[in-house]
Design a protein around this ligand. Structure first.
Ligand code: HEC
Length: 171
């Protein structure tokens, strides 16, 4: 009896330690929890610390600087050229408006980020889109379903032979 009471007491203490803290944390980060339509992907935690795969630059009307990052599974596969990428591989595409660097003429720096995008590999869950789930966030909020219907067709049309991934590991 005594040890049962003690267990209950410990459980009670533990639940008061964790429960009240869990709810405000969720309430404070609604954008982190929002998921993309169709694919149900939230912003992956810690993505900003992933490995740099390559940078790119669009000179058309978008005029953006971009960086593609990969989590450890994606970075390892792309570095070695192992295709298809394994389940659990994740890629992030960051973009910024290209802005002149005030301190040095002819140099440019990242301005406001118009969006962030992710690709998550799960060959079973996303079998109908080449094993990839897609997610686009604008100001921390998932973009709409129409946006998400465009992702796979463009990646499929251009880079089907590279596991639907444009970016190669830059030396
Ligand atoms: C019209 C073509 C097109 C569409 C539509 C498109 N992408 Fe891409 N995507 C690209 C190109 C080109 C790149 C190469 C990097 C760059 O553009 O800077 C790329 C790169 C990426 C990358 C980095 C991995 C890679 O393939 O290089 C991610 C992540 C990504 N796109 C996510 C998305 C998501 C999410 C959507 C839909 C909301 C989407 N893309 C729609 C053309 C497209």
């Amino acid at each position: 009896m005594r040890s049962a009471c003690r267990k209950l007491f410990i459980l009670g203490v533990l639940s008061t330690m964790f429960l009240p803290q869990a709810s405000p944390a969720i309430a404070a980060e609604p954008a982190e929890k929002a998921v993309s339509p169709i694919f149900g992907i939230a912003v992956p935690g810690g993505y900003r610390d992933w490995t740099l795969i390559a940078v790119s630059h669009r000179t058309d009307n978008k005029d953006e600087l971009r960086a593609v990052l990969g989590n450890p599974a994606a970075a390892k596969a792309l570095k070695k050229g192992t295709l298809p990428l394994p389940d659990g591989a994740m890629l992030a595409k960051l973009a910024w408006k290209r802005e002149p660097m005030p301190e040095f003429p002819g140099a440019f720096k990242p301005g406001a980020p118009p969006r962030i995008e992710f690709m998550v590999k799960d060959s079973k869950k996303y079998a109908s889109t080449g094993g990839w789930g897609f997610a686009r966030f604008i100001d921390g909020k998932p973009a709409g379903e129409a946006d998400h219907n465009t992702c796979f067709p463009c990646h499929e049309a251009r880079v089907k032979g590279h596991d639907f991934v444009f970016t190669r590991f830059a030396p």
